[in-house]
Design a protein around this ligand. Structure first.
Ligand code: TRP
Ligand code: SF4
Length: 333
């Protein structure tokens, strides 16, 4: 039987190229080899935004449409909404009983989150009980399907380590070898920076969305930072100091194109405006099909909802099997 993968993403709204290159494209590849469970982590969203849920439903759909358009295939993978699989909440409860308090308190991302929450004026800066327990919830997400591998970014590896610790502890406490100790699978990512050279992020206003039109993308690319020392188009350029545009070329261009851009830039034969116009076209070519697919789903939203419902149903069947055994092992009535 194929080995299992579980991974999730918070419903943050429309996804950008950083998500695509860093995460989704990895997932698309993993589908070929593994039995994959991909879910929208809407309970995780509540850990920090329980008081800002107006857009939650739409955000779940937006994330799902970005996945589907990018090639996450509901025929191959189980795509579901976390909160539609209530078995996860019950497993979380059992796991919370056996997890020592100091294991969650030492979670490195918790401190960062507290800082972020505090820095946001007008939001709750309290760390709620749910947020405290979010690494345990993540553990439940993963153990619910007895995953073998968990594709994550480097910032989430500590959580998978905790998952392994909790799996081992469960096995010890209940004298079993029921749970696998899942391994983190680092996303092999080409970390794309934002248009301003900082980390690409929705809140920094420096991103290109998967769902942006060709026109919007072209315009955004024109604002990408280049070699700041270059004032006129025949000034000799320094591609390696071209902070954003040349980095994008290295991601989206063929080897031949990259080397042409480099040579012409260095010789002063290529103006930055022209260079970025070509780059915009290049990026638009790469995403043309994805955007077409996304537009299709936007116009067929019932299909998207169906996919989520079917996927959640499928996930519940698998989760139910595991949960029955867990209840048994814990010796629940
Ligand atoms: N915590 C992850 C994040 O913030 C999302 C997530 C939740 C997840 N549950 C998961 C990822 C389970 C992998 C497996 O990015
Ligand atoms: Fe960057 Fe292209 Fe301008 Fe060279 S010509 S500095 S690679 S944008």
């Amino acid at each position: 039987m194929a080995q299992r993968i579980v991974s999730g993403m918070r419903p943050t709204g429309k996804l950008h190229l950083g998500h695509y290159l860093g995460v989704i494209d990895n997932w698309v590849q993993l589908q070929k080899e593994f039995e994959c469970f991909f879910f929208v982590a809407d309970w995780h969203a509540l850990t920090t935004k329980y008081d800002k849920t107006d857009d939650l439903k739409q955000d779940v759909l937006n994330v799902t449409m970005d996945w589907l358009a990018s090639g996450i295939d509901p025929e191959k993978s189980t795509i579901y909404v976390q909160s539609h699989v209530p078995e996860i909440a019950e497993l979380h409860l059992y796991l919370s009983m056996i997890t020592p308090q100091n294991w969650v308190e030492r979670d490195p991302t918790l401190k960062d989150m507290a800082k972020i929450l505090k820095s946001k004026e007008g939001t709750n800066s309290q760390i709620g009980y749910g947020l405290m327990g979010y690494p345990v919830l993540m553990t439940a997400d993963i153990l619910m399907f007895n995953a073998d591998f968990v594709p994550v970014g480097i910032d989430q590896v500590a959580h998978v380590e905790l998952t392994r610790d909790i799996a081992r502890r469960f096995n010890n406490v209940y004298n079993t070898d029921f749970f696998n100790e899942p391994q983190p699978k680092l996303n092999a990512c080409s970390l794309i920076c934002g248009l301003d050279g900082n980390k690409m992020g929705k809140s920094f206003n420096n991103d290109i969305k998967i769902s942006d039109s060709a026109e919007v993308t072209a315009k955004k690319v024109m604002s990408a930072i280049t070699d700041r020392s270059r004032l006129r188009k025949d000034d000799l350029g320094h591609p390696d100091e071209c902070e954003v545009a040349f980095k994008y070329w290295k991601i989206f261009g063929s080897e031949e194109e990259i080397s042409t851009v480099r040579q012409e830039c260095e010789k002063g034969l290529r103006g930055c405006a022209q260079c970025k116009r070509e780059l915009g076209t290049k990026i638009n070519e790469r995403f043309a099909e994805i955007r077409e697919k996304r537009a299709y789903y936007e116009n067929h939203i019932d299909e998207v909802k169906d996919i989520l419902q079917t996927g959640s149903q499928k996930a519940r069947v698998e989760a139910g099997k595991i949960l029955t055994q867990v209840r048994d092992l814990v010796k629940m009535y």
